[in-house]
Write a protein that binds this ligand. Structure first.
Ligand SMILES: C[S@@+](CC[C@H](N)C(=O)[O-])C[C@H]1O[C@@H](n2cnc3c(N)ncnc32)[C@H](O)[C@@H]1O
Length: 252
């Protein structure tokens, strides 16, 4: 493993939840709620969408890795001739399927964890992968499989730093857990370069995402619902969630 890939893995491992805290969690802290990832009816005009549309041209197939509710690929409806939606969470795929059906987008779903699911997913003209890299520890095989699946190009969207890093001071407050600094876009780009990929990098600001709800954050912090008032009070003192995002685009 190269230096950048090892650094990425170490930083990502530093985001884990220590077993003694996890053992006391009343509910699984990291499961994503499909309702929080529903694609908007009208897609936002973002650098990621523009990059994917440029690769699609007059049309082509799309593979959405870690699709969630389909924000990345359903934004390409009308130009994408077919979407393969891959995710490790069955309820996300169900939400995606319902929305794609409602929009008349031809699709199929692949349930599984990338890169293991790559064989089932096959190839597509354009591979999109939004807000998944920060879930990954071993980045090289994940990225290689994205590249291998793409005929024309790959579009990755990520936040400038780990999306949960803004809650680090709450881990200190509630668990006396001091986390190392989060992995950043620059750390991901360094891994890509180590793999011989030179991505085009566009940095931009997202429209302020809604503050994650207190119940979700409380569960994420491995605390029971009775602590929600404490978490709400603590959140008032936490700076707003950062908005800096990046779009990384490369050709296979
Ligand atoms: C933060 S959500 C982003 C969803 C969507 N791409 C978006 O931008 O709204 C991350 C999604 O990736 C999925 N995911 C995370 N790691 C994965 C992996 N290794 N393989 C497949 N899906 C993964 C999660 O289940 C979740 O649906």
């Amino acid at each position: 493993m190269g230096t950048a890939a090892r650094r990425w893995a170490e930083l990502q491992e530093g985001r884990g939840i220590p077993p003694e805290i996890l053992a006391g969690a009343p509910a699984l802290p990291w499961v994503h709620d499909p309702a929080a990832f529903a694609a908007p009816a009208v897609p936002a005009d973002t650098p990621s969408r523009r990059a994917a549309l440029a690769l699609l041209g007059d049309g082509g197939t799309v593979l959405d890795v870690g699709c969630g509710g389909g924000d990345a690929s359903l934004a390409l409806a009308g130009v994408a001739t077919h979407v393969t939606a891959a995710d490790q969470q069955a309820d996300m795929l169900a939400a995606f399927a319902a929305d794609a059906t409602a929009r008349g987008v031809p699709f199929r779903t692949v349930e599984g964890r990338w890169p293991g699911a790559a064989a089932d997913a096959g190839t597509a003209d354009v591979v999109v992968c939004h807000h998944v890299l920060h879930n990954v520890v071993d980045l090289p095989p994940f990225v290689r499989a994205l590249t291998a699946a793409a005929v024309r190009g790959v579009v990755v969207e990520m936040l400038a730093e780990h999306p949960m890093a803004w809650l680090d001071e709450l881990w200190v407050r509630f668990h006396d857990l001091h986390r190392p600094p989060p992995a950043t876009t620059d750390d991901a780009v360094a891994v890509l370069r180590e793999l011989g990929i030179e991505p085009a990098v566009q940095r931009w600001e997202r429209v302020q995402p809604p503050r994650q709800d207190v119940a979700w954050i409380t569960r994420r912090l491995c605390l029971g619902p009775e602590r929600e008032p404490d978490v709400a009070t603590a959140l008032d003192a936490v700076p707003a969630r950062p908005r800096e995002a990046a779009t990384l685009t490369w050709r296979p």
